[in-house]
Design a protein around this ligand. Structure first.
Ligand code: ADP
Length: 242
């Protein structure tokens, strides 16, 4: 549906003369659920680091009509770009609701914390619903299962009105049921936002990707639907070593 797309042109990132991202072009349309796959060291994390402002890069990265390269991390975040890492970072002693409240109030001053007891702001109750955490809202985040913490972290991006979510291996360490629930959650999120997922779990990718970019040695090796990249001889070579 709606949302804003991400356009990457000739992106390059080098570390001491080693080129980790080597001229990447990407067009990730609004509402896409794009999977970035590729062997270890392909440059997936560095690419996401460049988009979020964590590493210096050359080329162009545009989101919602704005150039991101050269902006500091917090200004990129303010444009509605958010990220999760493999290990969820939630406030363990606070409840699920309090975690979402804090995320919703981020950058908006302490007054948001003083709302009437019992009244849950609309974006927060929507995030609880989307992530399936409504029944756990008053439990401390520390007691959540691994999968539930990941969902809470995604919920914390949703309440900040993040329009582009970059997720690093969101189903790593999850049970089969948790993986399916995560896939369904990502589908719901991608209805009106853009989602980019770094993933190693090929079964998960096949089930939930709307489009796939295969990275290899810092370049885009192949791109398209799951069926298209699976049929690509170059991809088979990289993954099967033929
Ligand atoms: P992927 O996420 O696809 O596994 P990365 O983006 O983590 O790949 O890494 C791409 C390449 O860049 C690897 O060879 C890695 O060793 C190198 N690299 C990543 N970060 C740094 C860094 N901070 N300094 C030096 N080399 C790095």
């Amino acid at each position: 549906m709606s949302g804003e797309g991400l356009t990457v042109r000739d992106l390059r990132v080098s570390f001491d003369g080693f080129t980790a991202v080597d001229g990447v072009d990407l067009d990730i349309g609004p509402g896409d659920l794009r999977f970035l796959i590729g062997p270890n060291g392909a440059g997936k994390t560095t690419l996401v680091d460049a988009v979020t402002g964590l590493v210096r890069a050359s080329g162009s990265v545009r989101f919602a009509g704005q150039e991101l390269l050269g902006r500091p991390v917090h200004r990129i975040a303010r444009l509605g770009i958010g990220r999760t890492f493999q290990t969820a970072t939630v406030f363990e002693e606070l409840t699920v609701l309090q975690n979402l409240d804090i995320a919703a109030g981020a950058g908006r001053g302490p007054l948001t914390m003083l709302r009437r007891r019992g009244s849950v702001p609309e974006p927060v109750s929507r995030a609880l619903e989307t992530t399936g955490l409504t029944g756990l809202r008053d439990r401390p985040a520390g007691i959540l299962a691994h999968g539930q913490k990941q969902w809470l972290e995604i919920g914390m991006l949703l309440v900040q009105d993040v329009r582009l979510l970059l997720l690093d291996e969101p189903v790593a360490g999850m049970s089969h049921e948790e993986r399916e629930a995560t896939g369904e959650l990502l589908r719901r999120v991608a209805e009106d936002r853009t989602v980019v997922v770094i993933e190693h779990d090929m079964d998960f990718m096949r089930s939930y990707a709307r489009s796939v970019s295969v990275l290899h040695a810092g370049k885009v090796l192949s791109e398209g639907t799951v069926a298209e990249v699976q049929a690509d001889a170059k991809v088979q070579e990289v993954y099967l070593g033929r």
